[in-house]
Design a protein around this ligand. Sequence first.
Ligand SMILES: Cc1ncc(COP(=O)(O)O)c(C=O)c1O
Length: 379
Amino acid sequence: MKPIQLFVPTFRVDECLAEVRECLEKGWTGLGYKTTAFEQAWKDYTGLPHAHFLNSATSGLHLAVRLLKERYGWSDGDEIISTPLTFVSSNHAILYERLTPVFADVDEYLCLDPASVAERITPRTRAVIFVGLGGNAGQLEAIVQLCRERGLKLILDAAHMSGTRLRGRHVGTEADVTVFSFHAVKNLPTADSGMICFPDAESDAAARHWTWLGIDKDTFSRTHSDSTYKWYYGVEHVGFKYHGNSIMAGIGMVSLRYLEADNAFRRQLADWYDAGLSGAPGIERVAVAPGCESARHLYQVLVDRRDEVMLGLNQAQIYPGVHYRDNTMYAMYAGQPACPRARRASDRVISLPMHLQLDRDDVERVCGTLRTVVAEVCQ
Ligand SMILES: Cc1ncc(COP(=O)(O)O)c(C=O)c1O
């Protein structure tokens, strides 16, 4: 029996190699050249005004918190409300900057619930990190509204949202900063990279200094425009080495050409799953929020006795995933206020196989096996 994996990255190998070859032949693999071209291509595709290419979304989330903290003068220990149901990158970004993560509970979309966020706001709350889990926009619009009313900044962790549209528009204009992941298993695969998008040119320019060690060549060239000493530059802050490189950008440009078609196929897979699981006893499907055209990074269901169900699927050579374990189960996030819905989802959630090498027969096999295993385990 053919194994069915959760994720299988698909690269258009010849086109990617042609891009990489160009970099190698030109002798330019780093910042500039294809990174600039890819940033432009991403802006053209999404309609977002600014985009800065990074080595990962993890770097981008850290940078987002760093820049907001710097710009608005937040103090150590100030709070950011986040979700316990995410990859740890979202929450590590808060701890990197010595701020305090405060978890709020999730809703039926497994995204932050605005009512729970509102309850967790204190005088020290400065921002919210919203994660579009699996490509779902959840109640993002209500969160935007809440942040505006309460004077909070909003970071959108759009790691799963390359190609997600909300009311017909690509996500990324809602928040003060939006971060996409182009990790190999994501909808727009490279080996490892990401994009940070700000609504304003000033923040975009500041981010570019921070992602190249704080080196400020522009300031130098402005203040020494008649200088012949072009090898000098200013260093304005202790920045990071977070920018992306031309090899990743070249691969990203190829993947971007296919993103629309790939996401359409993911939505087709989701429709097949919906049809195959509709009415199945003991299997709850996580819906996409109204108004959202999800990139469908994930297709998630909730079942009782999840771990036994997973083992049953493994026996049939089906290898799904779990997104995510409640982060309070990790030592550095213990001691948070209770988020019962997130905890229950963490115990029950399964991400079914979702990638471009699946076909309808595979989806039907997963659905049939899942129905059987759930009936056996939960009878
Ligand atoms: C929700 C979420 N945020 C952030 C990240 C980090 O992305 P990257 O691997 O590009 O650093 C991931 C990656 O899995 C993720 O799933």
